[in-house]
Design a protein around this ligand. Structure first.
Ligand code: DGL
Length: 281
């Protein structure tokens, strides 16, 4: 096992952070592309969901998690959470990294997702389904406007979707009502939408239901594969970072909740058994 504080280690695993289980959907896509690398997944399950929390709290919780992953030897941390990417990434990059270690990197999931939509939409009308925090931050709108000023973006906050997933109700008849409600609202607001971003890492678990209630012909974009390929490109372009990532094909799961319940739920997201360790932030 790694020592508790490893801030001076020259190499280490990639850190992957989410408020709970959703980041596992991103992690599995990253591992599918780069299975040789080492990873630490940290889920702040004790304080999830983040979606309705204030900017200050999401920033504070995310900063704590990033600092802990750095202390565990990570030189690169992926915020596999849209809410944390929307509310904390910029401040961490601009204010905290120069103080902690200007050579470490923290990357989010919103930019790589926004980059991919240009080739999907023909009507140039795109919808975002995400947590209230991500929608209120307008981060998707801002990122898309920078990349594709001609694309019109509408967002719909889905406050019940993460609790449905976290409580393993994503497949239940009860989920139908909330999934249908938000898709209908989004498409009512802008009937020209032909591409919908699932802007929350939990939503791939609801994909079947989302498909069921979305008219055919509309592209649904779960973000994991785009985040994974963008990370792979980043590491090709930054060999100095690649050389700081250990490559023994290992993975370690940390949770701020009970490791046994994390392991049980994580195995649903990853479709293989995992062992988890408790961590306090
Ligand atoms: N999975 C996170 C995201 O991508 C949100 C979950 C939460 O609300 O904590 O936004």
């Amino acid at each position: 096992m790694m020592p508790a504080s490893n801030l001076t280690a020259a190499t280490g695993p990639i850190g992957v952070f989410d408020s709970g289980y959703g980041g596992l959907t991103v992690l599995s896509q990253i591992r599918a592309l780069m299975p040789q690398l080492d990873y630490i997944y940290l889920g702040d399950n004790a304080r999830a969901p983040y979606g309705n929390r204030s900017f200050e709290l999401v920033y504070e919780f995310t900063r704590q998690a990033v600092e802990r992953l750095f202390a565990l030897g990570c030189h690169l941390v992926i915020l596999a959470c849209n809410t944390a990417s929307a509310k904390a990434l910029r401040t961490i990059q601009q204010r905290d990294l120069p103080r902690i270690d200007p050579n470490r990197r923290v990357l989010g999931v919103i930019r790589p997702t926004a980059e991919c939509i240009g080739s999907f939409t023909h009507t140039r009308h795109v919808g975002i389904l995400a947590t209230p925090g991500t929608i209120r931050s307008h981060t998707y709108k801002l990122e898309i406007a920078k990349l594709y000023p001609d694309i019109h973006v509408e967002g719909e906050a889905c406050p019940m979707w993460v609790p449905l997933v976290e409580n393993r109700e994503f497949d239940s008849p009860g989920a139908d009502y909330f999934v249908k409600q938000h898709i209908n609202r989004l498409l009512h607001t802008d009937p020209l939408i032909d591409t919908i971003i699932l802007g929350c890492t939990h939503y791939p678990l609801l994909l079947q239901k989302i498909r069921q209630f979305t008219p055919s012909g509309i592209h649904l974009i779960p973000q994991g594969q785009y985040v994974a390929s963008s990370l792979q490109t980043y590491l090709h372009r930054h060999p100095e970072m690649m050389s700081r990532i250990t490559q023994n094909a290992t993975i370690r799961f940390l949770t701020t909740e009970h490791p046994a319940s994390f392991a049980q739920s994580a195995s649903i997201f990853l479709s293989h058994p995992v062992t988890a360790e408790h961590i306090s932030l």
